[in-house]
Design a protein around this ligand. Structure first.
Ligand code: ATP
Ligand code: MG
Length: 340
């Protein structure tokens, strides 16, 4: 169990985490979601005693990280910033960590097997790819066989097989009764992996609920209806209080009425239905809707000009490769073919 109470962190002028209170319970995978810079990594660092809260507290099974006698046996973490000596082998890195917490050497081999790095265990960590580094970080988190696990963006850099492996691993750890807290920006993956969600924006708690509740509370729920009598059905549904939009493919999108009300209104008016299907928002849609006002760093794909075809993004950008402001309009190779 992880418990945060009024957790707050200031970095000078910046308030990275602002009065955050939540619980992460055992036996579940809890997804930790929030836009870039919302304070997820800072929160996880405070759980692991790597940053001191400016106010409030966070505990693991009722104790602060610094008070745990064998911290790696209580809580393991894969955090974003990896502080691994590049000249050390994967095996030695894990063996050094194990010795600090009285963990036997056999466990090093076990976790190397578990993450699939046994074949490269003696290679220098500095030569590892991003995905191999992530696997080593996961091995370190699992080393002390802890009951509480934190993973900050664990699937970054993993191939599809690796992503599926992490999903299975996290679900398995939770099924064993462990507390699993994982951040990720990949919503489709979170929808498959997490049971519960803690969502933050600008350091504040926005939501703390199950994945189903999170999606259900999105206003993007609607019912898709098809009928050979679409015009008649539209007026029937509007009279019943629904809002109806005709889609290009002939379907009708209905909000404000549930499927039962739509079916009954259609039957009462003798209108034929070919489809009546409730549509839930995806986790990504629900997340975008909920965090819209909390996004600090937003890319522009609409009005910037260079994607929308409104002209060049910078002087010379429309003149082809290599055509900077100082480049002559005629390329040198063309000059050399000009007869003299
Ligand atoms: N060591 C630090 N010194 C100063 N500011 C920091 C430090 N660490 C984080 N911050 C600031 O705190 C805020 C929260 O950052 P944090 O890394 O916790 O966000 P995040 O939710 O993990 O973002 P991302 O999704 O991009 O990983 C940001 O404004 C960041 O610039
Ligand atoms: Mg982060």
């Amino acid at each position: 169990m992880i418990e945060a109470q009024g957790l707050t962190k200031h970095y000078g002028e910046v308030t990275a985490v602002d009065g955050l209170s939540f619980e992460v319970r055992p036996g579940l995978v809890t997804g930790f979601l929030g836009p870039n810079g919302s304070g997820k990594s800072t929160t996880m660092r405070m759980v692991m005693g790597l940053d001191r809260p400016s106010a409030g507290s966070v505990t693991v099974d009722g104790r602060r990280y610094g008070d745990l006698p064998w911290p790696l046996r209580e809580v393991g973490a894969l955090l974003e910033a990896k502080a691994i000596h590049p000249g050390r082998s994967a095996y030695n890195h894990l063996w050094c960590l194990a010795q600090t917490n009285g963990i036997p050497r056999t466990r090093v081999d076990e976790v190397l097997d578990l993450v699939g790095l046994q074949a490269v265990a003696r290679k220098r960590v500095g030569t590892f790819s991003l995905g191999m580094g992530q696997r080593l970080g996961i091995a370190a988190a699992l080393l002390g066989d802890p009951g509480v696990l934190l993973f900050d963006e664990p699937i970054n850099g993993l191939d599809p097989e690796g992503i599926r492996w992490v999903r299975t691993l996290l679900r398995g750890l939770a099924a064993e009764g462990r507390t699993v807290f994982v951040s990720s920006h990949l919503m489709s993956e979170m929808a498959l992996t997490a049971d519960h969600l803690v969502v933050i924006g600008r350091g504040h708690l926005i939501a703390d609920l199950s994945v189903e509740e999170f999606i259900a509370q999105s206003s993007r729920r609607f019912v898709r209806v098809r009928s050979p009598q679409a015009a008649a059905l539209t007026s029937v549904l509007e009279q019943a209080g629904g809002a109806v939009t005709a889609e290009p493919d002939g379907a009708l999108t209905v909000t404000g009425l549930d499927p039962a009300a739509i079916g009954e209104a259609a039957a009462a008016s003798g209108t034929v239905l070919h489809e009546l299907s409730p549509q839930a928002a995806s986790l990504e849609e629900a997340f975008m809707e909920l965090t819209h006002d909390s996004v600090e760093y937003r890319g522009d794909v609409t009005g910037g000009g260079h994607f929308a075809g409104n002209g060049p993004a910078f002087p010379g950008a429309d003149r082809g490769p290599g055509a900077g402001p100082d480049t002559p309009a005629t390329a040198p190779d063309q000059l050399s073919t000009t007869p003299r």
